[in-house]
Design a protein around this ligand. Structure first.
Ligand SMILES: Cc1cc2nc3c(=O)[nH]c(=O)nc-3n(C[C@H](O)[C@H](O)[C@H](O)COP(=O)(O)OP(=O)(O)OC[C@H]3O[C@@H](n4cnc5c(N)ncnc54)[C@H](O)[C@@H]3O)c2cc1C
Length: 327
C-alpha cells in the first residue's frame, strides 16, 4: 500500500513544532512512524502536512539522577528504554513493557511519546479504506453514528492496547505537554487519558509531548509488567498488568497497579492498591487483590477473546505481577 500525498516538514526544535502545528490545521506528527504510517497507508488519516519530529536529538535522551528521577525525552526509542541499565534496575516494569512491544525493528523506530499517544483500535476501523468503503455508513470514530463491532452501542468502544501506559501509571509518571503558545503543562499520566475510545487522550491537535518524568522510587520498591498476547512477538496485548510495590518493615507502604487492553484507556486499579497498602503481603492478600481486579474490570471482547476470558486473565496477570514485584 502506498502513502497518500502530503507535504513534508522537518522542524529542528520544539518551538518550531508547535508553531508548525498552529499554522497548519491539517497536520500530523510522526515520531517513529510505526503506528501512524500504516494508518496513512490505510487512509485512516490523510493529513496535508506530515511533521517529522525526529530531528530533535535532545528529546532522544534517557536521563537518570537519584534526585531528579528518570527523564525520558519523548523521542527515546522503546529499544533504548528496554535496554537502559537504570530503567531495568529501578523502573523494571517500564523496561519490561517497552521490551515486549511489537518486534526489534519496530522497537528500534518506535518512541515512548508515540506509544503513549497511540489511539484505540478496532476490527472495523483499523482496516483499509477499500475494506471500510464496503459499508454505506460510517462508525463513530469516522464521524458517523454507529459501532459496527458492538452493535447497538451508543458510543465508540474501540480498545486501547498500548503496553507502556500501565507501567507508567504504576510507577507514578508525569507527562510534559507543550501547547500552541509554547507553554508547558505537566500532568499525571493517568489524567492524560480520557477513557473514551473516540479520542483516547487529552492532546489537542496543536499539542506536543515533550517528555515523561518518573520520580526515583523509594527504597524497597520493585515493579513488574506482564503481558499476554496471542503471539510471542509482533502482537498487541490481549491483556497486560503492571504492579509497583514498596515494602517497608514487612508491610506494603505503597502500591501502583494498572492494566491495559481492557477498555478505552489504560486503567489504574485503585481498589486493588487499597487492599495492599498498609498490609503484610501474603498469598491470601495477593489473591484478594487479584479478585478485586477481576470485579472491577468490564472488558470488551475483541477478535476471538471473550470478555469472560479477559477478566480471568487479568486476575492471573495482576496476581503474578504483584508476586514478582514482591520477590
Ligand atoms: C505490527 C505492529 C505491532 C505492534 N505491536 C505493538 C504492541 O505490542 N504494543 C504496543 O504498545 N504498540 C504496538 N504497536 C504500535 C506502535 O509500534 C507503538 O505503539 C510505538 O511505540 C508507536 O511509536 P511511534 O514513535 O512509532 O509513533 P508514531 O507512529 O510516530 O505516532 C503514533 C501517534 O502518536 C502521535 N505522536 C507521536 N509522537 C508524539 C509526540 N511527541 N507528541 C504528540 N503526539 C505524538 C502521532 O501523531 C500519532 O498519532 C505495533 C505496531 C505495529 C505496526
Amino acid at each position: 500500500m502506498r502513502l497518500p500525498k502530503f507535504e513534508y516538514l522537518e522542524p529542528t526544535n520544539v518551538k518550531e513544532i508547535t508553531s508548525l502545528l498552529k499554522k497548519n490545521a491539517d497536520a500530523i506528527l510522526v515520531a517513529g512512524g510505526t503506528d501512524i504510517l500504516p494508518k496513512m497507508k490505510q487512509r485512516i488519516v490523510t493529513p496535508k502536512f506530515v511533521i517529522n519530529v525526529t530531528k530533535i536529538e535532545d528529546l532522544k535522551k534517557i536521563e537518570f539522577g537519584e534526585k531528579k528521577g528518570l527523564i525520558l525525552g519523548s523521542l527515546a526509542t522503546l529499544d533504548n528504554i528496554s535496554k537502559s541499565k537504570q530503567v531495568i534496575e529501578k523502573f523494571t516494569a517500564l523496561a519490561q513493557a517497552a521490551g515486549r512491544i511489537a518486534s526489534p525493528q519496530l522497537r528500534n523506530m518506535g518512541t515512548i511519546g508515540g506509544n503513549i499517544s497511540i489511539e484505540s483500535m478496532c476490527m472495523y476501523f483499523n482496516q483499509s479504506h477499500e475494506w471500510r468503503k464496503g459499508r454505506p455508513h460510517l462508525c463513530f470514530k469516522l464521524g458517523g453514528d454507529r459501532c459496527f463491532v458492538a452493535k447497538g452501542s451508543k458510543e465508540c468502544l474501540a480498545l486501547f492496547q498500548a503496553d507502556t501506559p500501565p507501567a507508567l501509571i504504576a510507577l507514578g509518571a508525569t507527562v510534559t505537554i507543550v501547547g500552541s503558545t509554547g507553554k508547558e503543562k505537566i500532568i499525571n499520566i493517568e489524567d492524560f487519558y480520557t477513557q473514551k475510545s473516540k479520542k483516547v487522550n487529552i492532546l489537542k491537535p496543536t499539542d506536543f509531548v515533550k517528555q515523561i518524568h518518573i520520580p526515583t522510587p523509594p527504597k524497597g520498591t520493585k515493579s513488574c509488567y506482564l503481558k499476554m498476547a496471542q503471539r510471542a512477538a509482533i502482537d498487541y496485548p490481549i491483556a497486560g498488568a503492571a504492579a509497583c510495590i514498596t515494602i517497608s518493615g514487612n508491610k506494603c507502604k505503597n502500591a501502583g497497579i494498572a492494566v491495559t487492553s481492557v477498555g478505552s484507556g489504560p486503567l489504574r486499579l485503585k481498589e486493588v492498591e487499597d487492599i495492599l497498602i498498609g498490609n503484610s503481603i501474603t498469598d491470601e492478600l495477593i489473591a484478594k487483590a487479584a479478585d478485586a481486579a477481576y470485579e472491577k474490570i468490564r472488558p470488551m471482547p475483541h477478535f476471538n477473546i471473550s470478555a469472560w476470558y479477559k477478566r480471568k486473565l487479568i486476575r492471573v496477570l495482576v496476581k503474578r505481577s504483584i508476586k514478582q514485584a514482591c520477590i
